[in-house]
Ligand binder design. Structure first.
Ligand code: SR1
Ligand code: MG
Length: 400
């Protein structure tokens, strides 16, 4: 029996032997260096290098890295690898290449994106990436429409839906995005003393808001439109000046297409808020334009894909395409609002906000919560503004 015939949680010291014994990615006499570089909430990420080439090993334990409270199947990494392969067939230039998926050791070995930077950190550092609006809009349109009933044969889609069912990680989102921010039912919310009165008034005590949130949660539970990424925040996007790569779809499943679009919007708003708070005006303008571009590219490319690829004679209707895209965008506005709120109130925070000075942070968080509530309760009203960004600007002015 070899060393890697049954699962255990590998440490840095195990990984070099693991790679040399179980793959042909390096020469058997290579000296490998291994560094754990993960900064996510759930898993371990190892960079393995022989000095000239390198790969990434993503590996899962039986509990989440962020907290032992989250006990999870180690199969999440396998599901992630498979989903990256499905999306990789659709947009190979926008996801990392997968070398192997090891169902025993619960590892995915993939391309090292060392020439890229995490989008969240790049934006906090003041970088401008002119490609992201187009690349993220393209990723969203291609992955969401190509895995929908418009493009896939109904049985093929249901087979993929069965294969990608993901109840455990969906439960995390159901709790952390749709429930806890409004009820604090597990006492896991993390709210500063200065923010708490606002959270009580604006969220915990707003029964009308909770009705709109309930409707949104039902959509998340029931609307199996596309094979979504499921956690498309700016820590799941790698960028440089020549490309964009989307990683980490372990929360993926057949869900509402607007969920991914809304997450992208929310995290660009976080980046915008950080740029504004630090008076990086040129960068803030670029982020605002990227928000609009993501939506425009998503709409245009989705329509083109629907027109080109819809095979079902009963669905081949221009007005159906238009209303389908419109409903995804409305769902996205609601999700954008939910994601903004849960990252402010819940346990999984974003450094765009946590790195702000205390007074600016509270002011920014209150503005974002007010904006978010408007998105959750009145998503269709965004269409009366020139862009979602104009609506946000209005909240900024009211709160200032
Ligand atoms: C316990 S996991 C907390 C959050 O981290 C992941 O990236 C997801 O966003 C999840 O909600
Ligand atoms: Mg993640």
């Amino acid at each position: 029996m070899g060393n890697f015939d049954s699962y255990f949680l590998m440490q840095e010291a195990d990984i070099a032997t693991y790679i040399l014994e179980t793959t042909d990615l390096f020469k058997k006499n290579d000296t490998l260096t291994v560094n754990e570089i993960g900064d996510g909430n759930l898993n371990y990420v190892f960079r393995v290098s022989n000095g000239s080439t390198s790969v990434i090993v993503k590996h899962s334990g039986v509990v989440a890295r962020i907290s032992d409270e989250f006990k999870l199947s180690t199969d999440r990494t396998i599901r992630e690898g498979k989903l990256l392969q499905v999306h990789g067939e659709i947009v190979p230039h926008l996801v990392p290449h997968i070398y192997t998926i090891d169902e025993v050791m619960k590892c995915v070995i993939m391309e090292d994106l060392k020439e890229y930077k995490v989008l969240r950190q790049g934006l906090i550092d003041g970088e401008i990436y002119p490609r992201i609006g187009n690349d993220l809009g393209t990723y969203l349109a291609e992955t969401l429409i190509n895995t929908s009933d418009f493009v896939l044969d109904a049985k093929e889609k249901k087979a993929l839906q069965k294969e990608t069912i993901n109840p455990e990680l969906c439960e995390i989102s159901e709790d952390l995005v749709f429930t806890e921010p409004f009820y604090d039912n597990y006492s896991r919310n993390e709210v500063s003393d200065a923010l708490l009165p606002h959270v009580e008034q604006l969220l915990y005590n707003d029964e009308t808001l909770k009705l709109a949130v309930a409707e949104a949660k039902l959509k998340f539970l029931n609307k199996s439109q596309s094979l979504i990424h499921g956690d498309l925040h700016s820590g799941s996007v790698f960028v440089n000046h020549s490309g964009t790569k989307v990683i980490d779809p372990e929360f993926g499943f057949y869900g509402p297409a607007g969920y991914d679009v809304g997450n992208v919007l929310a995290h660009l708003f976080f980046a915008y808020s950080n740029a504004q708070a630090h008076k990086r005006d040129e960068q803030a303008k670029f982020i605002a334009e990227s928000i609009t571009e993501v939506l425009e590219v998503f709409k245009q490319k989705s329509l083109a894909l629907l027109q080109e690829k819809t095979h079902d004679v009963a669905l081949k209707q221009s007005s159906v395409y238009a209303s389908y895209i419109r409903s995804i965008i409305e769902d996205a506005y609601v999700v954008c609002g939910l994601e903004l709120i849960r990252r402010i109130v819940g346990l999984a925070k974003v450094s765009d906000l946590t790195t702000l000075p205390e007074d600016k942070r509270v002011q920014t968080e209150v503005q974002l919560i007010k904006f978010a509530k408007s998105l959750i309760q009145y998503p269709s009203s965004v269409s009366i503004y020139p862009s979602i960004f104009s609506l946000y600007s209005e909240f900024k002015e009211i709160a200032a």
